[in-house]
Design a binder for this molecule. Structure first.
Ligand code: KIV
Ligand code: ZN
Length: 435
C-alpha cells in the first residue's frame, strides 16, 4: 500500500494553489554508465559496468546510456559484449553517446548493432561561449554540424535493419544558449530524421553547467515546448547538472514545465557537482503519492552496488539513502517520532504522518529500530523507546526522568552514541533488575 505525506493545500485569494504538481512519472534514463562513469577517478571496468547495468535493470530503469563507444576500446568492448551476451531485457533500451563525426557515429552504430532496440545520442554544443571560444564557429556552422551528423545517423540506421533505431539529439549547453537558436538547430535535425508521433526523436535539453535558479531552466523548457514545431514528434528530455545544488529542483520544475523524460545518475554522481539524482527525484514523487515506476524498496542494496562501482560514498545525509536520514538526535524529535509510530499502531493511518520522517523507512527496506539514536544530546524519549524495543520495558515517566542523567553521563564518558546494550547496561547499574 502506498503511504505518502500529504501537503496541505492552501487557497490564495487570486489563484489555485499549488499551481502545478507532477502528476505522472517521467521516462527515466540512467547515464550512470556514461556521464557518471566519465566523472570518476577510476572508471568502471567491464565487470563493474555489468554489475551496475544489472542493478539498473533490477530497479526498473528502461533506458540506460551504456557508454561512449567511440571514446576507446574499453567502452566499445563493454558495449559490444553486453549486446552479444543477449541478456539485455526486451523492454530495456540501451543508448550510446556520440559526437557529430562520421567515424565516431559509425563506431557507435557498430557497438550496438544487432540489439533489439537502441538510441543513438548525438550532441554538439550550441551556446555563444562554446561557439566563440571553443569552436570559433558561426551559428550556421554549428547548425550544420548537427544537420550533417543527423544525416549520417539516418543513413547508418537505414543500412542496418536488424535493430529498431531511435535517435536522440542534445543541443549541449542548451541552458546557456539562445532559445530560438536551440529550437532552430533541433528543427533542422528533425527535418533530416523525420520523426513522427509514433517514432519520436528524443530532444535532450542539458543544463550542461547549471547557471541560474531552477525556475529559469523550467521557463526555458516551457518556451522550447511551446515553440518547437511538430512538438508531438519529440520526447523532451531533461539533463541537469548540479553546479548550484539545484539539479533535482531544476528537473522537477522542468517536468512541470512540460518535459517527458529525466536523465540522471543514482545518488547524483556525474561531472563536477554531479548529475541530477534519479533516486531523489523518484522518491520525491513517491512521497507525493506518485508511483515513480522505480523500485527502491531495498535501498541499502542499491547503495552498496553504487558505492562499489563508483568507488564513491553516498553521503550520510543524502536524501532518502544516507545512513543518517532516518535518525533523530534531538530529544524532542525522538519523542515526536515515538508518538508518531504509536499513533500508527492504533489509528491505521493511510497517509504517512510520523513527525520528522518524510517517508516510512520500511518502504526503502530500512527498519524502525535504526530510527532513534541515543547520545549525550538525546532526551528521554530515545532511551525509553530503545528499552521498550530491546527489553520490552515500558518505563513510567517519573522513572525516565530519574534515569536520564545516567544515560547522558554514560554517553559523555564513552564519547559516542549508545546502543541498546549500553543502555541496558546503564539501566542494570542504576536499578536492581529481577530476572
Ligand atoms: O551535460 C551535458 O550536456 C551532456 C551532454 C553530452 C548531453 O552530458
Ligand atoms: Zn551531462
Amino acid at each position: 500500500s502506498r503511504k505518502y505525506s500529504p501537503f496541505a493545500p492552501i487557497s490564495l485569494p487570486d489563484r489555485q494553489w499549488p499551481s502545478r504538481t507532477i502528476t505522472v512519472p517521467p521516462r527515466w534514463l540512467s547515464t550512470d554508465l556514461r556521464d557518471g562513469n566519465q566523472a570518476i577517478v577510476d572508471p568502471m571496468d567491464a565487470l563493474k559496468k555489468r554489475r551496475f547495468f544489472d542493478l539498473l535493470v533490477d530497479i526498473g530503469v528502461k533506458e540506460i546510456e551504456v557508454g561512449f563507444p567511440s571514446a576507446g576500446a574499453t567502452e566499445f568492448d563493454f558495449i559490444r559484449g553486453l549486446v552479444d551476451s543477449g541478456s539485455i531485457p526486451a523492454d530495456v533500451m540501451v543508448q550510446v553517446l556520440t559526437q557529430s563525426r562520421q567515424d565516431l557515429i559509425r563506431t557507435s552504430f557498430d557497438s550496438i548493432e544487432g540489439v533489439h532496440a537502441a538510441v543513438v545520442h548525438m550532441y554538439n554544443a550550441v551556446s555563444p561561449a562554446w561557439r566563440d571560444i571553443v569552436f570559433r564557429m558561426s551559428k550556421d556552422e554549428v547548425r550544420q554540424i548537427a544537420v550533417d551528423g543527423a544525416k549520417i545517423m539516418r543513413d547508418e540506421a537505414a543500412a542496418r535493419p536488424g535493430t529498431e533505431w531511435h535517435f536522440q539529439y542534445s543541443p549541449e549547453t542548451f541552458s546557456t544558449a539562445e532559445l530560438d537558436f536551440s529550437i532552430e538547430v533541433c528543427e533542422a535535425v528533425m527535418d533530416v530524421l523525420q520523426p513522427t508521433r509514433e517514432r519520436p526523436i528524443i530532444l535532450n535539453l542539458p543544463a550542461t553547467v547549471e547557471a541560474a535558479t531552477p525556475n529559469i531552466y523550467a521557463d526555458q523548457i516551457e518556451y522550447f515546448c511551446r515553440n518547437l514545431p511538430n512538438r508531438d514528434a519529440a520526447v523532451i528530455s531533461l539533463h541537469t547538472h548540479n553546479d548550484r545544488g539545484t539539479g533535482v529542483a531544476a528537473a522537477e520544475l522542468g517536468l512541470m514545465a512540460g518535459a517527458d523524460r529525466v536523465e540522471g545518475c543514482l545518488f547524483g554522481n556525474g561531472e563536477r557537482t554531479g548529475n541530477c539524482c534519479l533516486v531523489t527525484v523518484a522518491l520525491n514523487m513517491y512521497t507525493q503519492g506518485i508511483d515513480p515506476g522505480l523500485d527502491f524498496s531495498d535501498i541499502d542494496r542499491v547503495i552498496e552496488t553504487v558505492e562499489y562501482c563508483n568507488e564513491l560514498p553516498v553521503h550520510q545525509r543524502h536524501p532518502y539513502g544516507g545512513e543518517l536520514v532516518f535518525t533523530a538526535f534531538s530529544g524532542s524529535h525522538q519523542d515526536a517520532i515515538k508518538k508518531g509510530f504509536s499513533a500508527r499502531e492504533t489509528q491505521n493511518d493511510e497517509a504517512w504522518r510520523v513527525p520528522y520522517l518524510p517517508i516510512d523507512p520500511a518502504d526503502l527496506g530500512r527498519s524502525y529500530e535504526a530510527v532513534i539514536r541515543v547520545n549525550s544530546q538525546s532526551g528521554k524519549g530515545g532511551f525509553a523507546w530503545v528499552l521498550e524495543q530491546d527489553q520490552g520495558l515500558k518505563l513510567p515517566k517519573k522513572m525516565q526522568a530519574d534515569f536520564a542523567p545516567n544515560v547522558q553521563r554514560m554517553a559523555d564518558e564513552l564519547g559516542r552514541e549508545l546502543n541498546a546494550a549500553d543502555i541496558w547496561q546503564a539501566f542494570r547499574a542504576a536499578y536492581h533488575v529481577q530476572t
